[in-house]
Design a binder for this molecule. Sequence first.
Ligand SMILES: Cc1ncc(COP(=O)(O)O)c(C=O)c1O
Length: 338
Amino acid sequence: MTTVIQGGHTARYSSAFTLDLATCVNPFGPPHVFGRTADALQNGRELRLHPFEAAEAFRHSYARKLGVAAEELIIARGITELIHVVKEVLGSELTCPTPDYTDLILGFPLSTPATRIDVQARYSQIVEIANQSGVIFSNPCNPTGLSIPSNQLVEIVSAYPSRLFIIDESYVDFTSEPETWSMVGAKLSNILVLRSPTKCMGMGGVRVGAAWIPDSGLRARFAKAICKWPLSTFDALFAQLALEEEGWRVSTTKELLNSAMEMEVALTKAGFNPIHNVPVHFRFVPHQNPRLVADKLSEAGVIVRVKSAIEGICGLRFVAPLPSQLSVLISALEGVRQ
Ligand SMILES: Cc1ncc(COP(=O)(O)O)c(C=O)c1O
């Protein structure tokens, strides 16, 4: 039986905790769109009906946000559902470079783990896989945060026109310049990009997401595999209203990125060696005995994500806290100084 578990699931900790740094969802969120969602639902009338229009309405607003044609998006209940559809439709053609995100690790054949954890090594690992098969990976990478700029990814994807590249961009909206990293809109036909606004808008429980698939043949294969009425009316409406809060996204992610830089300094002062030069709001700390450190931090009320060798890297992932809670983390780190 596999011991790989999802992060952010704090219910398994019996003691009270103060800071949940195990989930990558924007802690500022969600933006205040509850009232407007309720109004738009016409006091419940819309919820009595089946969600005939839900996916269509979300498809159009997300396409506008991403700057692509609505027909190029396949809509689903989050990237998770899309990962499972990718597995069903293309599973045998893809390999995942490790380390990478839990569901990709669990769902696809894996490369040998990277021997060096830096962007150049990740780039070479992807090229190496492309020599043998298609590639599925997250960029920015969860858990390391390492990110390959889109102009470099374009070079790889163009060099292997007969391979498919599936890129999970769950964290690209947390970066200060998403366009530097995103492949959405690239003039290539052998890519498929997975996106969802939920983590960045602090609404992980809202299940919406999209696959941008520029190739119409591949898109048709995906459309067949998606279930009828893929979104709930409530989720679709809430997400559309949240997408309008672009100013909120920009200001909260800016604060989170600053908090991540301060967290990186605090981790380094505590004797850890976090992976730096990453454009996201989390930091990975390679460590031989991450469980020991995580247990001690949890005694101080701080929960972080532990990764074991089975996932391609051993260590701890810290998500930046709200700036007002940095001091809690800093004092918890005192107790695990290396
Ligand atoms: C890289 C990555 N992809 C996908 C997901 C799940 O995405 P969603 O919430 O859109 O289903 C996560 C959640 O943590 C993730 O880290």
